[in-house]
Design a protein around this ligand. Structure first.
Ligand SMILES: Nc1ncnc2c1ncn2[C@@H]1O[C@H](COP(=O)(O)OP(=O)(O)OP(=O)(O)O)[C@@H](O)[C@H]1O
Length: 363
C-alpha cells in the first residue's frame, strides 16, 4: 500500500515539524506485534487449550516513522483497530515496542524512568485515573506526592486548572457522583496537575455532549497556548481534530498513510470545492448548461430550479463564482470544502486505497 505525504502545494503549508521547533518525539520503524493465546469458543475450547495452547500474532503497528516538534498538536486518525491506542501506549511507556527506535524528550519510554513519567501524561477517555469513592482532590493530592510537587507549585497548578475547567466546586465531591463531562474535566486536571510537557490523549471527548466537547477542546487549546504543551490526540470526532490539530497522521492497518495538514488531506481527497448558489428566481437552463461545459466543473442536482449545486476545481472557483453572479439575483452563496467526516468515512471504507486520494507526493 502506498502512502500520501504532506502537501506539495505552496498554498498548503507542510504541517510536519518546522526546523525552529525542537523535536520532542522521534519514532523510527516503530512496530508492535501482539502475541496472544487463542483459546477457541466454549468449554471444549477451554479444555483443548489446557492440553495444547495455540498462539496467534497480530501486527498492530507496522514500522512507522515520524517526528513531532515541541508545542505541536497532532491528531492521530484511523478506523477502529488501526493501531492508534497501541501507538499511544508505546509512546507513553505502557507497552514495549516489538522493534524500532523511540526517543521522547531524550528518554526511551518503555524504561519508564520517573524523570520521563513526570514530563508526560496519558488520558484515556474510557479509563479513569481518579479514585471513584473519594473526591477528586484526594487523587490530586496523591499526584502531588507522586510527582514531588511543592505545595506552592501544586496550588498554583490546581488554581489555574480549576479556573480554566470551571471545576472548583467539584473538587470535593465524590467522583462517582459527578457527570461524565465533569469527570472528563477532572481527569484532565489530574493528568495536567504536574504540568507535563507532552500530553497523550486517547478519545478525550468520547461520550460527551456537544457543550462539554467544546469546553474540553477550548481548554486543551488554551493549555498549549499558555504552556506550549505538545499534544498527540486520537479521536473519531473530526470536530476535535479540526478544532485542535495543525497536523494529522492517518494510520490504517498499523501503517502511517498520511502525515501533513488536515487541509492537505482534504485537498488530496477532494480536489474540488462544493459551491451552492440559491437564486430569487428559477435559473435559465441554457445558462446552466454553459456552466456545465466548463472544464473542471460538475453540476449536481438537488431538485430545485432556483438552486445551482456545483463541484468546482479549486483554481476555477473565482471564475465560476463570477459566472454564477450573472445567472440572476442571488439569495445565498455557499462555498465549502468537502466535509472532513465524510472524507474520512470514504477513506476508511476504501481501506487500503488511501494512497490514491490525490496528487500529493506518494511514497
Ligand atoms: N492486548 C492485545 N492483544 C492482542 N491484540 C490486540 C491487543 N490490543 C489491541 N490489539 C489489536 O491490535 C490492533 C490495533 O488495536 P488498537 O487498539 O491499537 O487500535 P485503535 O486504532 O486504537 O482502535 P480503536 O479506534 O477501535 O480504539 C487491533 O487489531 C486490535 O484487535
Amino acid at each position: 500500500m502506498t502512502s500520501v505525504h504532506a502537501s506539495t502545494d505552496p498554498a498548503q503549508p507542510d504541517a510536519r515539524p518546522q526546523p525552529d521547533r525542537p523535536t520532542v518525539i522521534a519514532a523510527a520503524g516503530l512496530t508492535k506485534t501482539y502475541t496472544f493465546h487463542d483459546q477457541g469458543a466454549g468449554l471444549a475450547g477451554a479444555v483443548r487449550s489446557l492440553v495444547r495452547r495455540r498462539y496467534q500474532t497480530r501486527l498492530a503497528v507496522d514500522s512507522i516513522d515520524f517526528t513531532i516538534g515541541r508545542g505541536e498538536v497532532v491528531g492521530l486518525l484511523g478506523p477502529n483497530g488501526a493501531g492508534k491506542t497501541t501507538t499511544l501506549k508505546m509512546l507513553s511507556g505502557l507497552l514495549y515496542p516489538t522493534s524500532g527506535e523511540l526517543e521522547i524528550l531524550g528518554h526511551t519510554p518503555s524504561r519508564r524512568r520517573p524523570d520521563y513519567l513526570r514530563r508526560i501524561a496519558l488520558v484515556m477517555g474510557q479509563k479513569t485515573m481518579l479514585w471513584w469513592d473519594v473526591p477528586a482532590m484526594e487523587s490530586l493530592l496523591l499526584h502531588k506526592e507522586m510527582y514531588d510537587l511543592s505545595t506552592a507549585e501544586f496550588e498554583r497548578n490546581v488554581d489555574e486548572l480549576a479556573e480554566l475547567l470551571e471545576v472548583r466546586d467539584l473538587l470535593n465531591v465524590q467522583v462517582r457522583k459527578v457527570s461524565l463531562g465533569e469527570r472528563m474535566k477532572l481527569e484532565l486536571m489530574a493528568a495536567l496537575v504536574h504540568r507535563p510537557e507532552i500530553l497523550f490523549l486517547d478519545e478525550p471527548t468520547i461520550g460527551l455532549d456537544v457543550v462539554a466537547k467544546a469546553r474540553v477542546r477550548a481548554f486543551l487549546a488554551e493549555v498549549t497556548r499558555r504552556h506550549g504543551t505538545t499534544i498527540l490526540v486520537t479521536s473519531h470526532d473530526m470536530d476535535d481534530i479540526e478544532a485542535l490539530c495543525s497536523r494529522v497522521m492517518v494510520i490504517d492497518h498499523g501503517r502511517l498513510q498520511y502525515d501533513g495538514s488536515l487541509s492537505g488531506l482534504v485537498h488530496a481527497a477532494r480536489p474540488r470545492k462544493l459551491v451552492r448558489a440559491t437564486y430569487a428566481r428559477p435559473v435559465d437552463a441554457s445558462a446552466l448548461a454553459g456552466l456545465a461545459d466548463l472544464d473542471g466543473v460538475a453540476v449536481g442536482s438537488d431538485g430545485s430550479d432556483q438552486t445551482v449545486s456545483l463541484e468546482v476545481e479549486r483554481e476555477r472557483t473565482g471564475e465560476v463564482l463570477e459566472q454564477l453572479t450573472r445567472l440572476g439575483p442571488l439569495v445565498d452563496l455557499d462555498v465549502a470544502d468537502a466535509d472532513v467526516e465524510e472524507i474520512m468515512r470514504d477513506l476508511f471504507l476504501r481501506r487500503g486505497t488511501v494512497g490514491t486520494v490525490g496528487t500529493e507526493q506518494v511514497r
